[in-house]
Ligand binder design. Structure first.
Ligand SMILES: C[S@@+](CC[C@H](N)C(=O)[O-])C[C@H]1O[C@@H](n2cnc3c(N)ncnc32)[C@H](O)[C@@H]1O
Length: 287
């Protein structure tokens, strides 16, 4: 079983499930579209979450989506889980709900996102996809997301704004090469652009008149990471929803979760779901 997360795991899955139902409601009147549900980080079926909830075991997103019966089904459910044991366990779990049209593969999500893009570039007049990309950390390479440009995909993506990238962007800007290459792969931008986005150079003169360059990390790094990633996503998709912030128990932001789509209505629906979920969490005056 997957063991991670807290209340945010539950919130994220609820947002996705509500969106999938709204998506299928619209698509029930468009039977000529064949629908793919693609989950790039599918997990093992159930999740053990920390504290706060009555029941610490919750159904993972895969089980929730495959269990939706009405108003219509997806034609293909495609689940990607790198860990073979988890993929096998997920297959057993999902088999109990539905067998036909359900595929579980044990591979890297990056490869499968590219396969999805290739498939849609040939079959995009017949197929539409709803994709859910739910990594723990920085596993998603920007290049794989970029391949979805102009594709009929609605993409829900979890971006670990408060985790890996924020930690790798050290306070003094001294970043090991291996971290730089990870950051470059993740953001899809060069080392130089990473430095100029997240750091300020301060020139100071010391006691003996010598010039010193001090490198300072931007104080609002998480916000900057969100903004940078959102801007990158807007290079691929026409519309991006407002983000849902996933916080830990001490209210530190861990992730931003949002929908990217080439369809304006899709993003309007996502924004509505996100607003309502925030209202449920923080009270009805929250916008
Ligand atoms: C946050 S969990 C996903 C939880 C899942 N969405 C659910 O609702 O239960 C991330 C999962 O991705 C898997 N994983 C890690 N790296 C991966 C990769 N490169 N490609 C596919 N799966 C990966 C991990 O084994 C882990 O089960």
């Amino acid at each position: 079983m997957n063991k991670f997360g807290g209340i945010w795991t539950f919130e994220k899955i609820r947002i996705l499930e509500k969106y999938a139902k709204a998506y299928l409601e619209i698509m029930k009147d468009r039977p000529y579209w064949k629908l793919i549900y693609f989950d790039g980080f599918a997990g093992s079926g159930d999740i053990e979450v920390d504290g706060v909830m009555d029941d610490n075991i919750i159904h993972g997103a895969a089980k929730k989506i495959v269990s939706i019966q009405e108003p219509r089904l997806f034609d293909i459910y495609y689940f990607v889980e790198l860990n073979k044991k988890k993929a096998d366990s997920l297959k057993v779990t999902l088999d109990q709900v539905r067998k036909s049209g359900v595929f579980v593969v044990s591979e890297d999500c990056n490869k499968k996102l590219i396969d999805l893009a290739n498939f849609l570039s040939i079959n995009g007049k017949t197929y539409k996809a709803l994709a859910f990309v739910d990594p723990c950390g920085m596993e998603v390479n920007w290049n794989s997301v970029a391949r979805l440009k102009n594709m009929p995909v609605d993409l829900w993506i979890l971006v670990p704004t408060g985790l890996g990238p924020n930690r790798m962007l050290t306070r003094n800007g001294e970043i090991p090469d291996s971290w730089f290459s990870k950051l470059e792969k993740f953001f899809g931008i060069s080392k130089e652009l990473i430095m100029s986005t997240f750091y300020t150079k301060l020139e100071t003169i010391d006691l003996f008149g010598e010039k010193r360059i001090e490198v300072l990390k931007n104080t609002k790094a998480i916000e900057k990471i969100k903004q940078l990633y959102t801007n990158k996503i807007k290079e691929v998709f026409k519309f991006v929803s407002n983000p849902y912030e996933l916080e830990n128990s001490t209210h530190c932001i861990m992730y931003h979760f949002f929908l990217a789509s080439n369809n304006k209505t899709a993003v309007t629906i996502a924004n509505d779901i996100i607003r309502k979920t925030k209202n449920e969490k923080y009270g009805t005056n929250f916008n």
